[in-house]
Design a protein around this ligand. Structure first.
Ligand code: FA5
Length: 361
């Protein structure tokens, strides 16, 4: 085979191709299955041994020349097509592209993450509980029987199967303690103190206004320890432990030194129960419209775990004591960022939601 003549023939055919389609056809004819160029390269096997190296080298050079010519023409046709496309529309390739919108953390998630980091650094563990809860765990086990007036302040959404959407994260106190007591009975040792936090969503059938939502977030905290014999008598978990934990938490979250005060508050599952107030961050306690001139802002309810709750969980209140708190997360986020209406959180307004920079963790 005169491969120089063949090369000439193929290069001329490539040069004569009228458009991209004709060139693709030619490509197939030369390099497709049974293609002419590949046939030429493979024909080396039919030659006497001594001729093969020279022919093989020459055939490869022809193959490369034909491939290069095909490539060059293909790119030429592509460029023409592109230019045709561009001139057919008013597309401006020099215009800057549209930037993909970057998401941001929701402010409740930011503060919840910070609180989880803080409490885990103090030895607390994260516990979860169901949002669809039984009447027993949401109320009865927490010392709120069916006829108790405290049920009225936590009206909720009932399901047709008798369950309800939980009104608070407190049911997880009972679930966790009962689980540990059961595990202890089954031989798995439980080493007090128990220190848990329970972040989660709660629901109430309430009229929505500036400070109330039907769905909102709480973070429950529970510490239970065995009463110990000390030099001056028996010592259990105390209100002082509760105040110290709360002050530490609020100082970190509100990013300043805080003063707190306790007022009596009634919750059937704690005794004594408190409302914990913090000195107003907007006026540093001097009195302003946010704190209604009092200098204090109510921030979270808390108290010492009620003996009836401990008994319900299978613990002897003479042997175990504890404290619990139930922080409304939205309330803390509102104080932290100076937000005046709780409805912003679920409003889906991106201008509101994109304002909260996440502190690197
Ligand atoms: C409780 O839910 C108790 N379980 C808290 C508790 C836990 C007390 C442990 C003692 C020991 P309360 O109903 O006050 O308490 O709700 C706690 C917090 O949740 C409130 O201070 C408030 O910040 C938030 N909260 C309650 N209802 C709503 C609502 N409808 N919308 C937004 N936040 C709410």
């Amino acid at each position: 085979m005169d491969i120089t003549a063949k090369q000439e023939e193929w290069l001329q055919a490539i040069a004569a191709a009228s458009d991209g389609v004709a060139l693709a056809e030619l490509d197939k004819r030369l390099f497709g299955q049974g293609g002419e160029v590949l046939g030429m390269v493979r024909s080396v096997t039919s030659l006497p041994k001594e001729e093969r190296p020279t022919f093989g080298k020459a055939a490869n050079a022809v193959k490369q020349a034909v491939e290069a010519a095909l490539k060059e023409r293909r790119e030429g046709f592509e460029q023409v097509e592109l230019e045709k496309d561009l001139s057919a529309t008013d597309f401006d390739p020099t215009e800057p592209g549209s930037k993909p919108r970057q998401g941001a953390m929701h402010p409740i998630t930011i503060v919840q993450n910070e609180l989880v980091d803080l409490f885990t650094s103090m030895g607390f563990q994260w516990e979860d509980g169901p949002e669809v809860e039984s009447e027993y765990y949401n109320f009865d086990a927490l010392n709120i029987p069916g006829d108790h007036p405290a049920r009225e302040s936590q009206d909720t959404f009932w399901l047709t199967d008798g369950n309800l959407l939980r009104t608070h994260t407190s049911p997880v106190q009972v679930r966790t303690l009962q689980r540990l007591v059961k595990e202890a009975k089954d031989g798995k040792a439980w080493e007090p103190p128990l220190k848990v936090i329970v972040p989660g969503r709660c629901f109430r059938s309430e009229t929505v206004d500036k400070t109330h939502e039907h769905s909102f977030y709480q973070m429950e905290g529970l510490v239970v320890d065995r009463v110990q014999e000390g030099p001056d008598g028996k010592r259990g978990v105390s209100t002082a432990n509760l105040i110290h934990t709360m002050k530490t938490c609020l100082r970190v979250i509100l990013e300043r030194d805080v003063e707190v005060r306790l007022r009596p508050g009634f919750f059937p599952f704690v005794e004594p129960g408190f409302e914990l107030d913090v000195n107003c961050p907007f006026c540093s306690g001097k009195g302003c419209s946010v704190c209604k001139q009092s200098g204090w802002i109510e921030i979270l309810p808390c108290g010492m775990v009620h003996p009836n709750v401990l008994k319900e969980c299978g613990l002897d209140p003479e042997e175990y004591t504890g404290f619990a708190f139930g922080m409304g997360l939205q309330r803390v986020v509102m104080l932290r960022y100076g937000i005046d209406d709780i409805r912003h959180f679920m409003g889906g307004n991106l201008r509101f939601l994109s304002q909260f920079p996440e502190v690197p963790r």
